[in-house]
Design a protein around this ligand. Structure first.
Ligand code: NAD
Length: 257
């Protein structure tokens, strides 16, 4: 039973980690995937992984496609939505914002640039993509499901991540407000709060820190990108049809630091 047979899913940050796993999972549920990343080659690699779109009998479907965009730039975000709409002749009914960065530093030493860049990508980027997608959906009268990847750090904080934690807390507030504003248009908006997930983002952390973090996770191990993708697929599908404005923790239980 393919839950996303008729969905067109736009995934940002699709070239790596969680965004790549989400792309694979949504395609596996029958969705056509528009995979976007700042790194266009990485987005194209993801599309290769998805294989060829299986056409419905008698009604060939368009293939998955890759897009390059910097979601923190307003013009690029708008152009991305236009390109997706032009390519598939409809707006994406599922939008998953996974693009995100870290620039860790303790508060006492954090530069203004580290603050600005993380807020620009992680928070403004989600605002821009969500707004452009919502405008496209509302103006064409389509329903949709928007899923924003926040982080448990947005709720509980984390040493060295004032910028990142603030951006992720912002995503939770943005998502709840978008959910309220768009409910009457049949557009749901939820956030997913991963804990520590094994991806290139966390692989760059020192092993000592990773061991310490793992020791604080009640389930005793870090998550896989697929653990997050499973929840995203649920939120994208009608199985979550009465869920909006939620922030779903995928953490192996919140680390107790
Ligand atoms: P990742 O570094 O593996 O992937 C992030 C992707 O986003 C990269 O492909 C990168 O090129 C892309 N990207 C970065 N800036 C961009 C921009 N301006 N425009 C478009 N694309 C851009 O990281 P990941 O671990 O897969 O993280 C995905 C999301 O999940 C992020 O929002 C991250 O904050 C969040 N998250 C990750 C974890 C974790 O433990 N890995 C935990 C909580 C939340």
């Amino acid at each position: 039973h393919l839950r996303l047979r008729s969905a067109l899913a736009l995934v940002t940050g699709a070239g790596s980690g969680i965004g790549r796993a989400v792309s694979v999972r949504l395609a596996g549920e029958g969705a056509t995937v528009a995979a976007c990343d700042l790194d266009g080659a990485a987005a194209r690699e993801t599309v290769q992984l998805l294989g060829r779109r299986r056409g419905e009998e008698g009604a060939p479907r368009r293939a998955h496609a890759a897009f390059q965009a910097d979601v923190s730039e307003a013009r690029a975000a708008r152009r991305l939505l236009e390109q997706v709409q032009d390519s598939f002749s409809r707006p994406p009914s599922v939008v998953v914002s996974c693009a995100g960065i870290t620039r860790d530093e303790f508060l006492l030493h954090m530069s203004e640039d580290d603050w600005d860049r993380v807020i620009a990508v992680n928070l403004k980027g989600i605002f821009l993509v969500t707004q452009a997608a919502a405008q496209a959906l509302v103006s064409s009268g389509c329903h949709g499901s928007i899923i924003n990847i926040s982080s448990i750090v947005g709720k509980v904080g984390n040493m060295g991540q004032t910028n990142y934690a603030a951006s992720k807390a912002g995503v939770i507030g943005l998502t709840q407000t978008v959910a309220r504003e768009l409910a009457r248009h049949g557009i749901r908006c939820n956030s997913v709060l991963p804990g520590f997930i094994t991806t290139p983002m966390t692989q760059k952390m020192p092993q000592k820190v990773l061991d310490k973090v793992t020791g604080m996770i009640p389930m005793g191990h870090m998550g896989d990108p697929e653990d997050v993708a499973d929840v995203v697929a649920f939120l994208a599908s009608e199985d979550s049809g009465y869920i909006t404005g939620a922030s779903v923790e995928v953490t192996g239980m919140r680390p107790s630091w």
